[in-house]
Write a new protein. Structure first.
Length: 347
């Protein structure tokens, strides 16, 4: 993957600094961020989100044209911390009003309260729309959006493994082993999603669509990296994982039904089929084993677990709302490329 094309002055500067880390200037980065904007506005700032995504990507697969020493460049880390400060403030502002009942519950009640929190969150049902109404190109657009995270699926949460102990660590290992295909490289969930993209006549290569997706989609990936890369946010990372898994099984069944309805068929739906059963197990592991064990060890993590769960739900809703509004008007936020396939739509 090459460094993406810039989407503003900040991402243009960051892209140049990835090639020459010694030139990175954290003060200039701060000057390029609109200091008068509300923190929550950073969540919809595509220039900032792409810049942060690129800096985080150095800790994943990086870029072919980035400097070899970019990952641990002190200058680039200082730039990243500037961006993280405003992003973290935006996360807090976006989520703090949601977490009261979960953050203040008795620790032994947190698993049940977390499931209630997920079940009662008033976000839009993108999966239901896909199941019943979306057309073929809208489904293909959704796959492009989802590729930003799903082609690195599970990796942000794996950063947390060395930071856990006992039952929480064992539970996360069990969950991640399944995410990584139970030892079978062809069954790794990232690989299954790449196959789904290819079957839908979309570019399956890692990072292929990062240059066109909205800021809200980049923020979904960035918040997982923010939580996963900082030990102090391990509770938020696991709270995020718990909410993510608890909102996956039923929606994946709906996505698979919609995919088949528009004629994309089993090769695309297989990824979602895999998650219907798997995530019904994963949600129990994440909520009742991992989060419960974290709280048993350190009760001060409860608020962060709540913040992580809230961030998962609010960020997903933040990406879903403009997408649904655009679809209902017959448009696209990202136009999917033309497909050579003429697939029949099942009524």
């Amino acid at each position: 993957m090459l460094i993406p094309q810039p989407r503003g002055d900040l991402s243009r500067a960051v892209g140049a600094w990835l090639r020459a880390p010694e030139a990175a200037d954290s003060k200039l980065a701060a000057d390029l961020i609109d200091s008068s904007a509300e923190p929550a506005e950073t969540l919809t700032d595509v220039d900032l989100q792409l810049s942060l995504w690129m800096l985080y990507e150095l800790h994943y697969r990086s870029f072919e044209d980035a400097a070899d020493d970019a990952e641990w460049s002190p200058e680039l880390l200082a730039v990243r911390r500037r961006l993280e400060a405003v992003f973290d403030a935006g996360v807090e502002q976006a989520c703090a009003d949601l977490i009261g009942p979960l953050a203040t519950a008795a620790p032994q009640d947190v698993p049940d309260r977390l499931f209630e929190f997920v079940d009662t969150y008033p976000g839009p049902s993108l999966a239901e729309y896909v199941q019943r109404h979306a057309d073929r190109d809208q489904v293909r657009e959704l796959l492009m959006h989802r590729s930003i995270y799903h082609l690195k699926e599970a990796d942000p949460h794996s950063f947390v493994l060395p930071r856990l102990n006992g039952a929480a660590k064992a539970g996360l290992v069990e969950l991640q082993y399944d995410e990584y295909g139970d030892g079978d490289g062809d069954r790794i969930h990232q690989r299954l999603f790449a196959k789904a993209l290819q079957a839908a006549d979309l570019d399956p290569s890692y990072g292929a669509h990062v240059g066109v997706v909205p800021a809200e989609v980049l923020a979904i990936s960035n918040v997982m990296s923010l939580f996963g890369l900082h030990r102090r946010r391990r509770g938020a990372a696991m709270g995020h994982l718990a909410a993510f898994e608890a909102t996956s099984s039923v929606p994946c069944r709906r996505y698979a039904a919609g995919i088949r309805r528009v004629g994309l068929g089993d090769p695309v739906a297989q990824y979602f089929d895999e998650h219907v059963e798997a995530d019904a197990v994963h949600e129990q592991l994440a909520v009742r084993v991992i989060c419960a064990a974290l709280l048993a060890e350190d009760r001060t993590l409860q608020r962060d677990i709540a913040i992580g769960a809230a961030a998962c739900l609010r960020f997903d809703a933040g990406a879903a709302v403009p997408l649904l509004e655009t679809w209902k008007r017959g448009g696209h936020l990202v136009d999917p490329p033309a497909s050579d396939r003429a697939l029949a739509v099942t009524p």
